[in-house]
Design a protein around this ligand. Structure first.
Ligand SMILES: [Zn+2]
Length: 58
């Protein structure tokens, strides 16, 4: 597997700590300033940890 260059890393998942790349789907909670990978977003049922605010796909 070829790893993408570091410049494509746009942050880390607030839940699992996985690196997030610019070409991946990621989800943000604008209210609490969290970023989640798609796996964690699914586990959170696409909601912020407050269970009210929907996550937004970036
Ligand atoms: Zn994650």
């Amino acid at each position: 597997m070829v790893y993408p260059p570091k410049t494509l890393v746009v942050g880390r998942c607030s839940r699992c700590g996985r690196r997030l790349y610019a070409f991946e789907d990621r989800y943000v909670c604008k209210k609490m300033n969290y970023v989640f990978c798609d796996v964690c977003a699914r586990k959170l049922q696409y909601r912020c940890p407050d269970a009210i605010t929907p996550l937004e796909l970036v």
